[in-house]
Write a protein that binds this ligand. Sequence first.
Ligand code: ATP
Ligand code: MG
Length: 226
Amino acid sequence: METKIISVVGEKGGIGKTTLNIILASNLFYGKNKNVVLLDADNPQYSIYNKRQRELESLDEEERQSMELYPIEPVTVTNLQDAIMKHYGIVDYIILDLPGSLNVEMVKGLLYVEHVFIPFDHDELEIDSTSHFYFTLKNNFLDKEERVLKSIHLFFNKYKLVKKNKFAMLRQQFLEANIPMMDSVVKDKTIYKERYRNTLYPIPDNKEMGEKDIKHFFQEITQLTQ
Ligand SMILES: Nc1ncnc2c1ncn2[C@@H]1O[C@H](COP(=O)(O)OP(=O)(O)OP(=O)(O)O)[C@@H](O)[C@H]1O
Ligand SMILES: [Mg+2]
């Protein structure tokens, strides 16, 4: 089995990395029948790992027993490689959630990621730091001969339709700077941080199918990582 190692990652805190790594993992696993492992490298909070424990505790014993789950494992810099090797070749996707700063976890973690997805919102002050992060990754990880990293993509998270012109202008700016932007966006929606950010359930079949809805984002990620 060809395993893809992917991560929604970025230098900016609070931009939606963890939320989207969870939604992505749950929907690839429960919605698209992919084998998934989610590695939580956000040491020492381990918020995803702890969230899974809380979600399981909210079920009764019978539900818990009958539930099919994808593994969520807390990892550190020291055991990250072992954790990856344990699943590599066995699952379809290893998804890595990294902390929001360029610390040792992040740099070490990035050495293993094959496809990077960088979320970005419309705050123009962040353009510089996001393009700086993109070019740092490109120069240090993508353009090396012995590279693991195969692709980097930016996308808008917390996209607001009312600001669509502003987002369109930003997209243009990134494209002119030769920074690859995903076509799909992730809208700013309360339901993403509440119901749909869940490690036990996918988004229901009949929801989020519209042109700017999150299922397009999953689809594009599946295509880009083929
Ligand atoms: N598309 C979205 N719509 C609405 N809220 C969102 C969306 N994406 C993220 N959020 C919210 O933004 C906040 C930050 O998200 P999250 O914790 O996923 O970011 P992060 O990049 O992982 O942060 P950190 O750098 O601290 O790890 C959370 O409250 C989350 O629910
Ligand atoms: Mg996070």
